[in-house]
Design a protein around this ligand. Structure first.
Ligand code: NDP
Length: 329
């Protein structure tokens, strides 16, 4: 019988998560039955959504939500033979018995020289988020100017690079000088450290005096209040995330964007990556090809050890990661 290690949400987060909000627990797994498989986690993802989703999708005592790349180590399902790798919505656990409904096999032609961990990053959910935010929500076109914040992170770094591939001008904001240097390495036209610039408004105006056609919003809050007035008429804003709001205990208020949106006739649309799930296989193949051709770079911030999941999660929320935050078991 296999014993799984799991990380449980001991109590709901109040403000910024704390170590004491998590508890490491052991769970005895039953033998996989007909149609079921036993999975062993190889890489686990820590993502910003876990913070707001924990409040709406979880009860205290539940295993933390999340995806992982796992290896099938026992199988009673012809769809998932022993040795194959899957992306699974298993939560923060080292081992899982799955009936197949919450796992997806990694692309058949996944190359040997590309780490499977990228299936949680650029060639996975965050990469798809970047792609769909630009193509489906912003409908970005060659020659347009994009603003993206949290730009050195998993989603932002891919969004900026895809926009460059499409022939756009890209301006990115991030929270350290190392991150800014990375954005320049990726080919961003302009990049700045939002924590140290004397005036966000000035820096946005200087980076693109004519304004922005598209804004890939990952942060929300005060950044957004300064960015929205910099949009061009008929600008499009893809509201992907609002990480500056996730740990608030009291909701932040205004300035409100209504007048800017009316006078500039802006389109602002929130989205969840799952809306275009039917396109995922084709989209992941496109992303994988870009990675193989060297057109899409995907850096990772890897924390080693399942016992360090909470630290990796909190570190990502604090901005310690350049690229995708991953835990290697
Ligand atoms: P990242 O890899 O970008 O990691 C989070 C980053 O957010 C940190 O590194 C930090 O970078 C930045 N950050 C943290 N706190 C603040 C703050 N108060 N103000 C500004 N920046 C902050 O995460 P992801 O790429 O995985 O996610 C980016 C955004 O996309 C998130 O808002 C997430 O919720 C959203 N998302 C939405 C999806 C959807 O379907 N709509 C799917 C996936 C992600 P820095 O050092 O630059 O501050």
């Amino acid at each position: 019988m296999v014993q799984a290690k799991t990380w449980v949400l001991k109590q709901h987060f109040e403000g910024f998560p704390k170590h004491t909000d998590f508890e490491l627990k052991l769970e005895q797994l039953s033998e996989p039955r007909d149609g079921e498989v036993l999975l062993e986690a190889v890489f686990l993802s820590v993502d910003p959504y876990m913070r707001p989703f924990s409040r709406v999708r979880m009860q205290a005592g539940d295993v933390m939500i999340g995806t992982q790349v796992a290896k099938v180590i026992q199988s009673n399902s012809p769809s998932f033979p022993v040795g194959c790798h899957v992306v699974g919505r298993c939560g923060w656990r080292t081992h899982t018995v799955s009936n197949g409904s919450d796992i997806t096999k990694i692309l058949d032609d996944w190359p040997q020289d590309v780490s499977l961990s990228h299936a949680l990053g650029a060639i996975g959910m965050p990469g798809l988020t970047a792609l769909y935010g630009l193509e489906e929500v912003c409908a970005i076109k060659s020659g347009e100017t994009l603003l993206v914040n949290a730009a050195a992170g998993a989603v932002g770094s891919v969004a900026g690079q895809i926009a460059k591939l499409k022939g756009c001008k890209v301006v990115g904001s991030a929270g350290s000088d190392d991150k800014v240097a990375y954005l320049k390495e990726l080919g961003f036209d302009q990049a700045f450290n939002y924590k140290t610039v004397p005036s966000l408004e000035e820096v946005l105006k200087n980076a693109s005096p004519e304004g922005y056609d598209c804004y890939f919003e990952n942060v929300g809050g005060p950044f957004s209040s300064v960015a929205i007035p910099q949009m061009k008429t008929f600008g499009r804003i893809a509201v992907c995330g609002g990480i500056s709001l996730y740990n608030d205990t009291t909701p932040q208020t205004g300035p409100y964007p209504h007048l800017q949106m009316i006078f500039k006739q802006l389109k602002m649309e929130g989205f969840l990556v799952g809306r275009w799930e039917h396109k995922n296989v084709e989209s992941l193949k496109r992303m994988l090809t870009w990675v193989q051709e060297g057109k899409l770079k995907c850096k990772e911030h890897v924390t080693v050890g399942f016992e360090n999941m909470p630290a990796a999660f909190m570190g990502m929320l604090r901005g310690e990661n350049i690229g995708k935050a991953i835990v290697k078991v």
